[in-house]
Design a binder for this molecule. Structure first.
Ligand code: ATP
Ligand code: MG
Length: 427
């Protein structure tokens, strides 16, 4: 036998034991998005590398070391597997002039790729669901998005997800803060680690995001961006908070919350849990009022978030509410291959009424004994067996046998009048 080929490290197969929970989450999200007037967008998984370099910022973790970038050998183009979807959505919105008749509420679901060290909750192919609102600048949109995510947690039955909020202000305010920050870190240059020194002049804000315990107290005492916000930025932030508080949504203002991409301004937020160890951020987002312009569109404000499906579902699993695949309503037991043309017609009629039926399938020895078929029917979890026995079949009937209640009641029903009895089989 040839060597087994395995999946790429950090990229996982999703098997039926788990895929039902994914579909359950996706269905819930689709429903919620519809309730809020968000429409689905699907963009390519491969984008020009320049989109991410320009969109996310050159000195971000993602662009510096996490992107799967390759050259298209056929034409020499530099391409990247998308590490996130906001840049692609913005590109599509600009490319198709989608804002010409007003703002848009969009959502997406799909795989993202980052070359990280794989561990629980951190993969190289992972999956995000994201919501983006483009063309509206008001704080009520920030609040709507945060509330939408918040509703999702409660619909999923999750309780231990807390919200952290910050404002990154506007570019001019950030520039002022940046200078103050550089001055502060320069005055404490000996306390900086190598990473921080490298970022001191390129991206000092990211130093605040350090995970190095030795730098915590230094970072604690750094000038806070919040103190550099002007009147308007401050008001925007306060209005978001006011709306959230009026809905009973609790949050903590975290002045050190800066997020990993450069494109954010004003509101940024994260939903965090303590139940997933160090991979505790389940959802993050914020305003990105300058990204559309940066990607070549007419300037327009925007705000959005993205959640990690793997982390959210891990939290669902942890909460003990893992949804199981529902069994079929009925299992069809067939005694003779000759019955199939008619049986298949009956099964189709049942399915049209909404009864889910799994049919027995033949093996090397034909359909198999009645006993072995009943075993399969039981294992399928179906509530009923439809027994197409030879004699009944010839009389135009099928036996419906309950598999759940005790020894199983059995009654004969006419093959020709499926609609009369089918709905009784539905779970
Ligand atoms: P982290 O700080 O954990 O690396 P991030 O700030 O890089 O997260 P974002 O780029 O904001 O994450 O992506 C939004 C969400 O996508 C995260 O909150 C997380 O739930 C999920 N996510 C990000 N990277 C991964 C990954 N490598 N594997 C699984 N989920 C991920
Ligand atoms: Mg990351």
């Amino acid at each position: 036998m040839a060597d087994k080929l395995l999946a790429v490290k950090g990229m996982n197969d999703l098997l039926p034991a788990d895929s039902h929970a994914w579909e359950w989450l996706e269905d819930l999200v689709r429903h919620l998005m519809r309730l809020h007037g968000y429409r689905n967008i699907r963009t390519p998984i491969v984008e020009p590398t320049a989109l991410f370099v320009r969109g996310l910022g050159e000195v971000t973790d993602i662009v510096e070391k996490e992107m799967y970038t390759f050259v298209d050998h056929l034409n020499g183009e530099k391409l990247t597997l998308r590490p996130e979807a906001t840049a692609g959505v913005v590109r599509a919105v600009v490319e198709h002039s989608m804002l010409y008749d007003g703002g848009k509420r969009l959502y997406y679901m799909g795989p993202m790729f980052r070359h990280e060290r794989p561990q629980k909750g951190r993969y190289r192919q992972f999956h995000q669901i994201g919501a983006e609102v483009l063309g509206f600048g008001g704080p009520e949109v920030d609040a709507e998005l945060i509330l939408l995510a918040h509703r999702l947690w409660s619909n999923l039955g999750l309780q231990d997800v807390r919200l952290e909020l910050n404002s990154l202000g506007q570019p001019a305010e950030r520039a002022e803060h940046r200078s103050a920050l550089i001055a502060y870190f320069e005055a404490n240059i000996n306390a900086l680690d190598e990473d921080a020194r490298r970022r001191l002049h390129s991206n000092p804000l990211r130093i605040l995001d350090t995970k190095n315990p030795a730098m915590q107290s230094l970072v604690e005492g750094a000038p806070k961006l919040m103190d550099f916000l002007g009147e308007e930025s401050r008001r925007h932030f306060e209005q978001v908070g006011e709306i959230l508080r009026a809905q009973g949504v609790e949050y903590r203002v975290n002045p050190r919350l800066v997020r990993g991409m450069d494109y954010y301004n004003l509101t940024v937020f994260e939903f965090i849990t303590d139940r997933l160890g160090s991979q505790g951020t389940v959802c993050g987002g914020g305003r990105y009022d300058y990204l559309i312009e940066q990607i070549g569109g007419k300037p327009a404000p925007a705000v959005g978030w993205a959640l990690g499906i793997e982390r959210v579902l891990e939290l669902v699993r942890e909460s003990g509410r893992w949804p199981q695949t529902p069994p079929p309503d009925a299992y069809a037991i067939v005694t003779d291959m000759k019955q199939w043309p008619v049986v298949m017609r009956v099964l189709t009629a049942l399915r049209e009424i909404g009864v889910s039926v799994q049919m027995h399938a033949s093996g090397p020895q034909g359909m198999g004994s009645m006993k072995s078929q009943f075993k399969k029917a039981d294992a399928s979890g179906a509530a009923y067996a439809l027994v197409f026995g030879q004699q009944e079949f010839e009389q135009g009937q099928v036996a419906v046998k309950s598999l759940r209640d005790g020894q199983g009641e059995q009654r004969l029903v006419p093959l020709a009048a499926v609609a009369h009895w089918a709905s009784e089989l539905k779970a």
